[in-house]
Design a protein around this ligand. Structure first.
Ligand code: SAH
Length: 215
């Protein structure tokens, strides 16, 4: 079912309130969260769970990220309308829709064929046909469509992938959760004029791993 009711909208408004209490203060991000019907990214049976600020399991042992994490990563990207954004880790497609609602041109890669196909179909069905999805290995990026204004990685990366850095514009921002021990530190990497990198750490988060190759 594809319905978005007043009840769902009310639950979303509550979620947005909760996120702003937790420190998310970017109004454009909060409005995007308000716009995307997160319950349509979970099985119907879990409707009630969709607007809790939790991660949730999806197919292929992956997760739809916690709304707070989605909002936090999106804020760090400093999106401008029409920014060309590459997401690594399409998963459910929820994060991609939040980027789209912010006015970005979204390209997203998923390494699980089943998840990719299921999500691509969902995005068409629920009104996001313009998000471009790709089945493949995100470590390689999308050289055909590079360079990107922003790159967002939604899985735990072992290091900053060189291939992806080379597909980022000068002045562009990459947001990447880098594994350190059992957690990930949320890094914002800015590619400076001289090609050097400015690296800022925004604290610890938990992600499923970014894996090489496809399945
Ligand atoms: N952005 C997603 C979060 C999904 S969890 C959402 O909003 O639902 C991370 C996703 O990254 C998983 O679906 C996982 O399969 C995918 N992933 C992991 N390594 C990858 C890689 N090398 N290339 C592409 N996708 C990858």
């Amino acid at each position: 079912m594809n319905t978005d009711t007043y009840r769902h909208k009310g639950l979303r408004a509550q979620l947005v309130k909760e996120l702003s209490k937790k420190g998310i203060n970017d109004v454009a991000v909060l409005n995007a969260i308000l716009a995307v019907p997160r319950h349509l990214f979970l099985d119907n049976a879990f409707d009630e769970w969709a607007y809790k600020d939790n991660a949730f399991p999806i197919d292929c042992e992956q997760t739809i990220s916690q709304p707070y994490t989605v909002a936090f990563q999106t804020s760090l990207l400093e999106l401008k309308p029409k920014d060309k954004v590459l997401e690594i880790g399409l998963g459910s497609g929820y994060q991609a829709c939040v980027l789209y609602e912010m006015g970005a041109k979204v390209y997203s890669i998923e390494r699980h064929k089943h998840l990719h196909d299921q999500t691509a179909q969902r995005l068409r069905k629920i009104g996001y046909p313009n998000i471009r999805t790709f089945y493949g290995d995100g470590f390689k990026g999308l050289p055909r469509f590079a360079p990107f204004d922003k790159i967002l990685i939604t899985a735990a990366a072992p290091e900053i992938p060189d291939e992806l850095l080379s597909q980022l514009k000068i002045g562009g921002i990459m947001v990447i959760p880098l594994t350190e021990g059992s957690v990930q530190k949320m890094m914002k990497i800015t590619k400076l004029e001289d090609g050097k990198l400015k690296k800022e750490n925004f604290g610890n988060f938990k992600f499923v791993p970014m894996l090489k190759g496809t399945e």
